[in-house]
Design a protein around this ligand. Sequence first.
Ligand code: FEO
Ligand code: CA
Ligand code: CA
Ligand code: CA
Length: 680
Amino acid sequence: ETTVTVTPATLDFTAVAKNRNDLVTVPAGYLVTVLYRLGDPISANTPAYANDGSDANFAMRAGDHHDGMSFFGLAASGATPDASASTRGVLVMNHENITENYLHPRGQTTTGGVRPEAEAIKEIEAHGVSVIEVTRGASAWSYVQASALNRRITPNTPMAFSGPAKGSAMLRTVYSKDGTQGRGTINNCANGAMPWGTYATAEENWAGYFRRNRGDAAGRTAAGQAKENTSLSRYGISEGRTGNYGWTTVTPADSSSTIFSKWNATAAADAAADGSADFRHEPFQYGWIVEIDPYNPQSTPRKRTALGRMNHEGVSAGRMIAGVKPAFYMGDDSQNEYIYKFVSNTGWSAADGTAADRLAVGDKYLDAGTLYVAKFNADGSGQWLPLVFGSGPLTSGNATYPFADQADVLINARIAGDLLGATPMDRPEWTAVNPANGEMYCTLTNNSSRSVSRTDAANPRSYVDPRTDGRSNSVGNVNGHVIRLRENGDTTEATAFTWDVYAFGAGSDLNKDNINLSGLDDSNDFSSPDGLWFSLPSNVAGQGANPVMWLQTDDGAYTDVTNCMMLAAIPGRVGDGGTKTVNNSTPAGTSTATTRVGKAPGATLKRFLVGPKECEITGITSTPDGKALFVNIQHPGENGGPDNITSSWPASQTGTPASPSRPRSATIVITRQDGGLVGI
Ligand code: FEO
Ligand code: CA
Ligand code: CA
Ligand code: CA
């Protein structure tokens, strides 16, 4: 086994105070550079962004709602990968969603229920992924507008299906009659950097973009339609709507275009029995982890079906140890959904880390293996339950949902998880693995449907927000928590684990017996944990390795006190805090849960950053030397509009604009004035 030498580190900064300023605030001694904003051009001949709603061609501009992000090092020139490079690289990031109010001159336009084509094209292209070259200059980091490596991947970009569901009857559409090709990716939330130099992006809230009414059984048997309806409902594809932003209502100037109609998954009149003549199967083409080669702009992204279909938040690789089958951890972010891991069939070979055909390495480790779902027991143990066709309840004879094959199990991973008895969690968001010891952390952001009668050891809190002011998310697990697990034998191949709760989100002033269970104070109290990542500045001479865990928030419960934030942590180990009893009380009744907790974090958890108004902090990566930290600021001023601009960030970062300036999601770079490591 490889072990990481850990030099005991302390968090070497003064905690940033909670605040509601229209600024990114960082500790004294640190610098913030705004790097890449909504609309910034990524080719030489794309004009600068006017930021007044008039701009077009988002296929060659930064998209909106920057989210998960990874840095991939480059040699001094060309497109040669160099995993240790810290002054030049490709930065890859997700654009999860859009704020329509600022994309158009006057917000969304709809005439007689129909959206104008030009607006819909902008909105579609503002989703997806950016690949951009970034460099460190004499004074600051910048992106290279004319780089040949720059690329936008959008909901229109061709994709290839890969793994067991490739070619499944459920993936056939008029676009790909054999179910092997896909078109686009959407609602890309968190991410993962694969250890062989690729980027994995996660399709999260894709279901809402579709129009999909039932009663469209053309060509189907009644049993087949009933089964499909079970699946559509389990994945939250609702009826009687046009889909987010109404793209299905557009009449394109080019009548052969299907980029709008593909979101209309309700049956067409010419429906064929196998679904290959219409768009009914388009919703099955989404909900996947998609692998992208960041160094090759001509490469076709691959949808990795072995990792299952869900509201994928992100994916993080466990430790890569020669000869040991690697694991990839994932959350399914919806209320009461599950935590998953995928274990490859093949043990890790270090030579694959520098192979030239990176997507072929992805084929090797991500197409063949076992997908597991997590069950958390009250005694602090847990099991990984395999989603394997023919095993346990996952058979063709199952009365709830008769599975046809492994592709059906993966396409309907949630239904398989239900049948296996997985533990419903308080919205699993990001996962992250501590590189020093292999322990896996997962943020559970909050859960307004965690009623007192449904608390359990791993999701133990249900309470009324003492700060409630009529917000909808004010009951249940209001502030979220961070759970972590240690694999038995400390191996990624384990099928059992132990777990505890690293920290519970809460205001520092709240009840320490039942809400603020981790004893958070003014320097580290937080709510709604979401982004989570370990940095490992491992190549700094004399420093050893100092894994720092970065925790980001996407909150609506504590925002009357502070904007969203990012904290740094030097976490302990699973089981270092013992047990705790939580007495829950809401108008619906009372419950008691005994949970497993980590040691109170104290000074090992500190607030490092507070964002501007109405933003979420999400997306983080760093150069390998740990001296430049890239962070995304998502949807500042999201509650405003053209006549009511509620944030002028990022213009507000470098001065006070003379008049309100439309806010833009953006990537920032954080460096230390003395050129040292960020955070420690
Ligand atoms: Fe896109 Fe679950 O956050
Ligand atoms: Ca998230
Ligand atoms: Ca979130
Ligand atoms: Ca958001």
